[in-house]
Design a protein around this ligand. Structure first.
Ligand SMILES: Nc1ncnc2c1ncn2[C@@H]1O[C@H](COP(=O)(O)OP(=O)(O)O)[C@@H](O)[C@H]1O
Ligand SMILES: [Mg+2]
Length: 310
């Protein structure tokens, strides 16, 4: 659905994006991570045909970003950091204006946006002038705008960066609900727990180059080894009584807890949880995990001296 090959962007003689190869299939969310100035926004702007690549190519929903910009724009909904808003309009007027650009009738746009106002908690302020919006409110509005034409590709550049925790949670839930098997989403974020919660794969970009691209599960496996889960019971369990399937190993058994090493938790956990709770009083079953933050900090090289912008 999104595929870039050796995608490169120069601003003058400064290389902001350097031979980026990315592939995101339909149905997946890719979290694009990286320090400030790494090239995330530039990549998003190229993928939405706002900027032309200097070299290399990118296809979005089958269309080439350089030679088919109007097709690309129909397929893409984009939430960027600096969206021009029209201060004197209210949200309805603003969205109707954009709806019109897509050729939609007023009733179509209103039917489409009203449920989104509700979902995003905008009911109390969507009649206010945009000049009075906080940055977080603007981001929510930008999300609604990105969704008006029900695009199969969504490019979300730091959609929750200026939000209070409650709003950020509402928006994350909305992003989750936008995920479906036909839709492809790229999410630029500095919030690593957000990336971990929402994405199927991550790519880390630094100085314009992709330095790591992996599925979330592979990140966990390769950086932290096979995932470990802790089952807690109301009594000590004799591990020898447990008849475990292949791919599940007991690491240790202390007091009322058993630590399981599980090669493929998505497939194996449901059966294991059933097995344990049929035989014993299982109090909790939780992942013993390090965080994506550890992986991120391990991959990105420290570089504060010559940071270009914040
Ligand atoms: N229009 C532009 N002209 C010149 N340099 C730019 C322009 N846009 C971005 N850059 C530079 O390209 C680099 C990547 O920027 P950007 O893609 O915004 O990074 P990120 O979104 O990862 O923080 C930065 O060094 C930035 O200063
Ligand atoms: Mg950016």
């Amino acid at each position: 659905m999104i595929k870039t090959e050796l995608l490169t962007k120069f601003f003058g003689d400064f290389k902001a994006v350097d031979q980026v190869n990315l592939e995101v299939p339909a149905g997946q969310i890719l979290a694009l991570l990286g320090p400030n100035g790494a090239g995330k926004t530039t990549t998003v702007r190229i993928l939405s045909s706002i900027l032309k690549p200097t070299r290399g190519s990118a296809k979005v929903a089958g269309f080439d970003v350089a030679s088919q910009p109007s097709e690309v724009r129909k397929m893409v909904g984009v939430l960027t950091e600096h969206h021009g808003l029209y201060g004197r309009m209210n949200a309805d007027e603003y969205l109707l204006f954009f709806g019109e650009l897509y050729g939609f009738s007023k009733s179509y746009v209103m039917n489409r946006i009203n449920p989104m106002y509700e979902q995003l908690g905008m009911i109390n302020y969507h009649k206010k002038r945009l000049a009075e919006y906080s940055k977080g409110m603007r981001q929510k509005l930008a999300l609604v705008r990105a969704l008006i034409h029900e695009p199969p590709v969504l490019l979300l550049d730091e959609p929750t960066s200026a939000m209070d925790p409650e709003s950020a949670k509402i928006v994350r839930t909305a992003i989750k609900s936008l995920k479906n098997k036909e839709r492809t989403i790229i999410l630029c974020t500095h919030n690593l727990s957000e990336a971990e919660e929402l994405s199927d794969q991550i790519a880390i970009i630094q100085d314009g180059k992709i330095i790591l691209q992996k599925s979330i599960q592979d990140v966990r496996n390769s950086l932290f080894g096979t995932p470990v889960f802790i089952a807690k019971f109301d009594q000590q369990i004799d591990r020898n009584l447990l008849d475990l399937p292949d791919g599940i190993q007991i690491l240790k058994n202390v007091d009322q807890e058993i630590y399981f090493k599980i090669t493929n938790p998505n497939d194996q956990n449901p059966g294991l949880i059933r097995l344990l709770s049929e035989q014993y009083n299982l109090i909790s079953f939780t992942e013993f995990s390090k965080r994506l933050e550890d992986a991120y900090l391990g991959a990105v090289k420290p570089d504060n001296q010559d940071e270009i912008h914040d």
